[in-house]
Design a protein. Structure first.
Length: 107
């Protein structure tokens, strides 16, 4: 068994204590059996949308993506017919990262 944080419990507690007004928005994501990395990113975006540029940049540099998340992101690009720049902007990634992923995991 993987030793990962219980994101459902963490975000549920955080919403109940600090952000009760955002409970309805997040309920759909938190009701899933398993949260994907993209779900966690989406919940964080909803809760902490007004973070400063400095902390946002710091957090972005320290993100990591597993293969399944990368495939989901690349699938999103294909489904929505986005170019690399549009995809990078949507997920707050570097265009070079998107290009690297596309070369590393051809679909």
């Amino acid at each position: 068994m993987e030793n990962t944080p219980d994101y459902k419990k963490i975000y549920s507690d955080m919403i109940n204590i600090k952000y009760p007004e955002k409970k309805e928005i997040c309920d759909q994501l938190l009701s899933k059996a398993n949260l994907s990395t993209l779900d966690i990113i989406e919940i964080s975006r909803i809760l902490f949308n007004k973070s400063s540029k400095e902390s946002s940049g710091f957090n972005q540099r320290h993100r990591s993506y597993n293969k399944s998340t990368i495939f989901q992101i690349l699938e999103y690009q294909k489904k929505n017919k986005l170019n690399n720049s549009q995809l990078a902007k949507h997920f707050k990634l570097s265009r070079n990262t998107v290009t690297k992923w596309k070369n590393q995991f051809p679909m």
